[in-house]
Structures are given as C-alpha cells and as structure tokens.
Design a protein around this ligand. Structure first.
Ligand SMILES: C[S@@+](CC[C@H](N)C(=O)[O-])C[C@H]1O[C@@H](n2cnc3c(N)ncnc32)[C@H](O)[C@@H]1O
Length: 508
C-alpha cells in the first residue's frame, strides 16, 4: 500500500486510514461469527472504510453511526457512503471521541451492537512532544477507577484509553467490539475487562500485517470481544492470521495473572509463589559516554574517545545486555564506573579514596549533571541507581530483558572483581559458584522454561521482566526436580508468615 508521508497532523490524530480491502476482510470474518447487529458504530470513522465494509457484510443493519474529528475525513466518508447501497442509513457526525457521552450514545442503540473500527495509533507521550490536546481530559474521569489508572500512567496508547472507555460503556449489553490495534493494546484491554469483571463471552485476537496495510512496524491484530450479560469468560483465542479457522493458542487470565499460555499455567501453577531469591536489575547511570569505559594500555578509554587514568577502586568489569543475551559472558571488554555501593551514598568520599576518579567526575560533571531523569534530582552528585550488596556479589545468574530468548547465564568474577551489568539485565546474586550452578540448573530446566512461557508475551518490547521472573518459586521447582536437599544447603527454607498464612488458608 502507498504510505502517506507522516505530517504532524497525521501523527497527532494517529491517522492511519484502513484500506477498504482490509476493512472488508475484517467484516467478512465477523459476519461469519457474530449475531446480526441491529446497530453499528464506528467511533473514529475516518474516511469511512469500515462503515462501507460493514454495510456490505451486514446489509440488514438498520442503523449505522460514524464519528470523526477531522472535517475533511467526514466529507470523504459521506461521499463514499453516497455511492454505497444502503448508505442512506449511515449517519456520519463530526465530533470528538473524548467529548462524546458514550453511555448516552450507546444507550439509545438497539442490540446486538457492533462497535467496529481502528482507533488512533498514537501514544500520550508522542502527543506531549507534539504539544497536542487530542487527549482525554483527566478531570472528567476522576471517579472512573480503570480509566483514571490509565490517565495516571506516564505513557499510554490513546487507542487503549478509547477501547477501555467503549468496553466500560458496553458492559451489560449484547455487543461485539471489534477493533484493529497493537497486540500490546489488545492485551491491556483484555486484562482490564477480566480484572474489572466486565461481562464478556468469547474473545479473540487475530494477527494482521500492520506493515503491509499501514506501513507500521508493530505487531497488530483484530481484537474481538463479544460482550454478553452474565458471562465472564477469561480465555481469548489467538489466531496467527486474520482468516484462520484454527486457533494457535489461548491467552487468558487466572488468579490475577495475565497469561500468554493458559495450558502451561494450568500445568505449573503450583510453582508460582514467592521466590527465595530477589531478582535485581543492573546499574542505571544514564551516561554511558562517561561511565562506560574500555581498558587500554593501563588506562581507560571513555565514550568520548578520551584516554583517562582512574584508580581501580570504583571501576568494575561490565557486561551489556547484548553480551548476556548472546552468552558472551566470559571475557568482559568493558568496565563501568560505579560511584556508590548503595543508593543515596555520599559521593564526596570518592575525593579522599580515589583522587583521579573524583577529578574525572568533576571534569565530566556537565554530562552527569545534565541527566534528564528526575531520579537524579535531590541525590548526591554523580549518583547511580540499582546498587546494593547484590551488585558486588561475586557470582550471578543473569538474563537480558531486551532480547527474545529465555537463556540464563552464570557470570563469575573477572580478574578478581565482581562483574556488573547495564540496567536492562536482570540477575540473582549468589554467594558461591556451587550455589550459582544449582540455581542455573533449575532456571535452565525444561520445567522452568514452560513455566515462564505461561507469562511471557514474546512480541512485547521487553518480554522478560523482573515481575515475570519473580513469579517462579525456586524452592517449589527444586522440590519438583528432586533437588530440595541441595537447594536447602544454600537458602533458608523458612517460609515467611504471610506465605504460611496463605498456605494454611489454601489447605483448610
Ligand atoms: C487509525 S485512523 C482510522 C480511521 C478509520 N477508523 C479507519 O479505520 O479507516 C484514526 C482516526 O481517528 C481519528 N481521530 C483521532 N482523534 C480523534 C478524536 N479525538 N475523536 C474522533 N476521531 C479522532 C483520526 O482523524 C483518524 O481518522
């Protein structure tokens, strides 16, 4: 498809018009699967592809309504529908999604209702950069738990907000909501439905080729939610292609978890619990030019290509996420200047302990002081984050959060110093090589892999997160693998009170 050049206006309104051919395919998929709608709504109808395709697939639908903010698109949609049989039944209104009273509008419509479309492809952060006001007004939604939680988030997809707004207004009605959106948005909408107890029957996600149809390099899908009073189905079928008859899997919701693989969860949910180990992130410094170095002829070369002399006291061998992901962990080529051993530690002590290092920091203060993140404000100068005893443990089990591979590596000391990581690496600190070897044998087992696969969405930006890693109770896994005694040699098996109370309740 010919992709329009992205102007500010296109970006601001997330304006990627659906080609008619795709709208027709979507409506053909729906017409074979949902009850004949009495009312059809396209909440951000653009130039009207979905309204036209819906008229073709549901020729008996008595009422169709489209809303669109852009007056030129409204004119195009009206013109398109004038040439479509039955187009006289479609009302295209110029309006703002955020100013529309959706409860009121949907209340007046006969059931079953079909809400169909392709909401704007833009995030609140992008709108902030563009200085755009095409956002929900936060104050309007103070009393709405779900939406309020979203508007409180630093960054959110506008389509996520719109979808949830529509689903909340459709709760308790016989309706289908079928929208093209990013996979990540579809998952957030489903999570919201399931968590908030919205009455839902079947649902599905069917992959679409966003690159071909929209020139967008994202994983996207048709999300279809069949809302049905009295139902609360927490499974969602996954299809690899829009028109597939056979599903490729089921994502779902159980015990408060959003699941990438419901079957795997059902098999291994008894391994879910409090991990005896705490997963940690690598060191965050936001200034790689100054803080990351390469050893060279007894000195260090920084990211500004300067050769500098530093005492060894604050310099540690480091591995980047890509090296951890590829398993190239044996011979770290980089070093990191770690200015603190715990968060908030006074950095002025560096001056007495390592004069050259302190001078280096002062000489490069303009880079460090200019770090944008608010976490550095009101902290000692040259602060870093993600530091504690665990940073300096000699043995670690590490995994990269950025790469789409579930592979854990043992990282031991290098030249008698503990190896540190960048902040996209997650790790467990271990006291000895033996402990690290046992822990990695657990984590790299087929059972652990299947357990984690229950939670990991591989198309997410960061598929592996601390939250996911922390779900696996390594003691329960050791028991499953007959390694409980060996495991007991390294960690306390004492169960914390909160946990034992929960267990007591479970076994009552
Ligand atoms: C991704 S395009 C899709 C258009 C149409 N739904 C389709 O499938 O071809 C998103 C549409 O949302 C419209 N839009 C953006 N913000 C809006 C708002 N606040 N209210 C109503 N429409 C809006 C844009 O003008 C654009 O036409």
């Amino acid at each position: 498809m010919a992709v329009r050049k992205k102007t500010k206006e296109i970006a601001e309104f997330g304006d990627l018009q659906t080609p008619l051919i795709l709208a027709e395919r979507v409506c053909a998929v729906l017409s074979a699967r949902i009850p004949r709608p009495q009312s059809i709504v396209e909440p951000t109808c653009g130039r009207g592809s979905f309204l036209r395709a819906a008229l073709e697939s549901f020729p008996d639908a008595p009422r169709l309504v489209g809303i669109e903010i852009n007056p030129a698109h409204v004119r195009s949609a009206r013109a398109l529908l004038r040439t479509t049989p039955g187009g006289g039944r479609v009302e295209v209104v110029q309006g703002d999604f955020f100013g529309t009273d959706w409860n009121e509008l949907l209340r007046g419509l006969d059931e079953p209702i079909l809400v169909i479309g392709n909401p704007p492809w833009v995030t609140s952060a992008a709108l902030g950069t563009l200085g755009s006001a095409n956002l929900p007004e936060k104050s309007n939604f103070q009393k709405r738990g779900g939406l309020d939680a979203i508007t409180g988030k630093a960054n959110f997809d506008i389509s996520e907000w719109m979808l949830i707004r529509l689903l909340e207004s459709l709760n308790g009605r016989r309706a289908t909501c079928a929208m093209l959106c990013k996979n990540a948005v579809a998952r957030k909408a489903l999570f919201h439905i399931w968590k908030e107890g919205i009455a839902i029957g079947n649902s599905s996600v069917r992959s679409i080729d966003a690159d071909t149809f929209f020139g967008a390099a994202v994983d996207a899908c048709l999300l279809t939610c069949n809302l049905s009073p009295g139902h609360h189905n927490c499974d969602c079928e996954v299809y690899e292609h829009l028109g597939d008859a056979r599903k490729s899997g089921i994502i779902g919701y159980r015990d408060g978890h959003l699941l990438a693989n419901v079957e795997a969860y059902e098999r291994w949910k008894h391994l879910c619990g409090r991990s005896r180990y705490k997963w940690r992130s690598g060191v965050k410094h936001d200034c790689s030019k100054v803080m990351e170095l390469r050893a060279e002829n007894g000195a260090f070369r920084n990211g500004l290509a300067e050769l500098v002399e530093l005492e060894s006291e604050y310099v540690y061998p480091m591995l980047k996420s890509s090296e951890v992901a590829s398993g190239s962990t044996g011979n770290p080529g980089r070093c990191m200047l770690v200015t603190q051993s715990s968060v908030g530690e006074d950095t002025r002590v560096i001056e007495s302990r390592a004069k050259k290092t302190y001078k280096y920091l002062i000489d490069h203060a303009k880079f460090l002081d200019a770090r944008g993140s608010s976490i550095y404000r009101k902290r000692p100068r040259f602060s870093v984050f993600g530091v504690g005893d665990y940073t300096f443990s000699q043995w670690k089990i590490a995994i990269s959060g950025f790469y789409k591979r579930l592979a854990f590596s043992i990282v031991g000391p290098f030249k008698n110093k503990p190896v540190v990581f960048d902040d996209t690496v997650y790790f467990i600190p271990c006291k000895t090589r033996e402990e690290a070897e046992l822990v990695i044998s657990l984590l790299n087992s087929a059972i652990a892999k299947e357990f984690f696969y229950a939670f990991i969405f591989w198309d997410a930006k960061r598929p592996i997160t601390v939250e996911v890693l922390q779900k696996l109770d390594l003691l329960a896994l050791a028991r499953e693998m007959g390694l409980e005694q060996a495991f007991a040699g390294f960690v306390s098996l004492e169960i914390a009170p909160a946990h034992s109370q929960r267990q007591a309740r479970l076994f009552k």
